[in-house]
Design a protein around this ligand. Sequence first.
Ligand code: ADP
Ligand code: MG
Length: 132
Amino acid sequence: MVVKCKDLVKIYHAAEDFRALDGVSVHVAKGEFVSIMGPSGCGKSTLLNTLGLLDEPDRGEYFLNGIPTAKMTDNLRSKTRRENIGFIFQSFNLMPKLSVLENIALPMRYTDTPRQDILPRAGTGRPRGVGK
Ligand SMILES: Nc1ncnc2c1ncn2[C@@H]1O[C@H](COP(=O)(O)OP(=O)(O)O)[C@@H](O)[C@H]1O
Ligand SMILES: [Mg+2]
């Protein structure tokens, strides 16, 4: 199981406390594609930030590739994120001169991944970027 989380709770402390995640449990297996859908404000970004190790839940367990993330140091969280997780945003934080595939592959250029393996690992198995 790549992603395994149980009873995630995330409370934002603004003017009033807001429970953005209220006991979320998700399993994602290797090779599985999963979409998260819901109305604006329902907690999709909060869940993705948590699964992407950008934010921490207040309660619950999250195992990434079988490894518990709760007690990871910031450095280990960064390393784990760099080696395992890619974020592609809808319309910002993208490099305009790169193709879609090259944008997806970009974080791997900051790892030890051999150069010739980067684009195939990013998606299609073809050596050239999408749209070229
Ligand atoms: N940093 C924050 N501080 C306070 N409330 C927040 C914060 N981030 C998100 N929220 C609130 O948590 C809820 C879930 O937000 P979010 O995860 O961004 O939803 P979605 O991505 O599904 O639109 C929303 O009601 C939002 O206003
Ligand atoms: Mg969102």
